[in-house]
Design a binder for this molecule. Sequence first.
Ligand SMILES: [Zn+2]
Length: 243
Amino acid sequence: MDARSNPYAAVRFPRAARGCAVLFVLCSVVSGALAGDKAPWFPGQPETKRFSWAGETCEGCDALAPRSEWKAMASLAGLKEIRFLLTPDESKGAAWSYAPNVVVLAPSALKLPDCQLAFVVGHELVHIAQRHFDEDAHNLLVLSGKPANWTRTGETALGLLNFSLALHLSATWHQQEHEADWMGALLAAQACKCSLEKSALSYLSEDGQYGGGLASAHAPESERIDSLRPFIDSARKLASRVP
Ligand SMILES: [Zn+2]
């Protein structure tokens, strides 16, 4: 859940587009329209510059065969060829993702109830689909006063991160997490028939070990829950759809 625990984060679509996306959810639900694999309500590819990513080494990780519902959520988000890894390391929380296409799950994630796990995976897929890592790399170049062509390698750009720049980026990171929460919850609703109450709200309400995926970069659970409440009805309608 933490785009900061790995050095990656960020691309977002503008506020106006986000508003349109919400309206589109409601409109498409009302009309019953569903065309192709990608969900019509899911935002298109962000316009942020694409960096090249070498991809980090996931120490001790093993390949994890994706469940059919994870693949369905990836399709709804317009993603292909997502790699899922299982890590023995719980120190970064239940799940995280890194560029360009990797979702890492810890054993605790696999013990979650199905709808909570769907939300956790959906959240990470949104980080990848919205290329939050590219957004972070771009923002770091700008904030550091570097020319746009200073590097094309994402990891090099992220190497510019320091405490001062992190403070500047904190608002963007907060918004990225909000996007990942609500879009991830709706992916779980459509692909897995999960109400928001059973997926995101249940996960975020946990005060035990399963909440450990929420690292310091994330807003307090209560704030995240409040931000998700407007999407309860949309999720219910998506979940009640006949595939
Ligand atoms: Zn996250």
